[in-house]
Design a protein. Structure first.
Ligand SMILES: *Cc1c(COP(=O)(O)O)cnc(C)c1O
Ligand code: SF4
Length: 373
């Protein structure tokens, strides 16, 4: 057996084992674990420092998960946008393919709580169906492999999927959405990296919510992927009492950049049944973005988005404060230090009167553009 599979098999999945490690009363969580599975890898278990801390909250089941009756199972209506099994086609030029229901850990706040941990991989016939759909839909140029966690598939299945996808000429990008590097870093083997390298361009978006998740061995796993030429992004969910704090978020973003991971999205938590105790306000998210923007490297600022309930897709939100006013004359802007600036619009009436100009007289404009870079 591969090393990583052994490590995964040592994960805590049973209430009585959790009791042994963390002293939780197994009776209190038996029902929850029956409804929504638990898995905590050794890496994650060793990162928990005290009861109820930010790592604990993400992975240790709580009775409150069962009290959440009103919320939907599938808040993003992914099942509605699914033309063939496991494929979600919501946006014009990209799709999401769920290749497994297995994850290294079962996050208590997961949007796909209805699916994860249930047995099931994408079956051979279903992969064929997805490939046939993609072959027909020439507008699709980007695919996200998701789940569950695609990096829990064994190497030969990952290779089978990548190989099949690369037979589709119009499919430009392949992306993975994964929590594996941060929770089961042993999985990022030289063999896996060698496979991935053959099918570039491959991007990966790694799920991280708290700076303590970036241990030295986790960072090394990220570096192995980066060394295999995989551009790495991070996806973070804004979670109450986990990371709903500007200082924690800034530390997380800085740790990600040290791991060669560029923060990509910060999500408002979805309205999924069993997860509503993790939700916090939109203002909290806006404050976090404001505390980063301008105050630290622009590279460290993710897009703050709400995945619209009912299948509207991701919608970016920015603090109103930056753009105070905008009309045909110009914009009134406020910077991170609360100072106000004016940016004038180009004079539309004058430019319309300009005579046609030949290519040679455009030189000035081009060089002005170059100076803006
Ligand atoms: C998030 C998501 C994508 C990818 O969106 P990007 O903004 O391109 O990262 C594609 N399909 C679905 C269903 C998604 O939820
Ligand atoms: S790893 Fe991702 S898909 Fe799996 S339980 Fe966590 S949030 Fe959900």
């Amino acid at each position: 057996m591969d090393d990583w599979k052994k490590v995964l098999a040592e994960s805590v999945t049973k209430p009585k084992d959790l009791a042994k490690h963390l002293g939780v009363d197994p009776k209190e969580i038996e029902d929850v674990v029956g409804a929504y599975p638990m898995r905590i890898t050794p890496t994650v278990l060793s990162t928990i420092k005290s009861p109820g801390d930010a790592i604990w909250k993400q992975v240790v089941p709580e009775a409150i998960e069962m009290d959440d009756f009103d919320a939907p199972d599938d808040p993003l209506e992914e099942d509605t946008d699914s033309p063939v099994p496991h494929l979600v086609h919501r946006y014009p030029d990209r799709v999401l393919l769920m290749v497994t229901n297995q994850c290294p850990i079962y996050c208590r706040f997961c949007t796909r709580k209805r699916l994860v941990g249930k047995p099931g991989f994408l079956k051979k016939g279903e992969l064929d169906q997805a490939i046939a759909y993609l072959r027909e839909h020439t507008e699709v140029r980007d695919i996200i492999l998701s789940g569950g966690d695609p990096l829990l598939l064994p190497d030969h299945l990952i290779e089978r999927i990548l190989k099949a996808l690369r037979t589709i000429p119009h499919l430009e990008l392949i992306r993975f959405g994964t929590r594996v590097p941060g929770t089961l870093p042993q999985r990022i083997t030289p063999e896996l990296c060698a496979i991935v390298k053959q099918y570039h361009p491959i991007y990966m978006n790694l799920h991280f919510n708290h700076p303590d998740e970036l241990t030295p061995e986790v960072k090394e796993a990220c570096w192995r992927l980066a060394d295999a030429g995989v551009p790495l992004g991070a996806q973070t969910v804004l979670l109450k009492d986990v990371n709903d704090d500007p200082e924690i978020m800034k530390r997380l973003m800085h740790q990600l950049l040290l791991a060669r991971v560029k923060p990509y999205y910060l999500y408002m938590a979805d309205l999924t049944k069993g997860t509503n105790h993790f939700r916090t306000t939109i203002e909290t998210g806006l404050k976090i973005i404001q505390s980063l923007q301008g105050h630290t490297s622009g590279m460290a600022v993710p897009h703050f988005v709400i995945d619209a309930p009912g299948g509207g897709g991701k919608i970016p939100i920015l603090p109103n404060e930056y753009l105070l006013d905008l009309d045909e004359k110009g914009a009134v802007l406020k910077n991170y230090e609360n100072k106000t600036y004016h940016y004038p619009q180009p004079d539309q009436s004058r430019s319309r009167e300009l005579p046609m100009v030949g290519a040679s007289s455009m030189g000035g404009l081009c060089s002005q553009g170059a100076m803006d870079d």
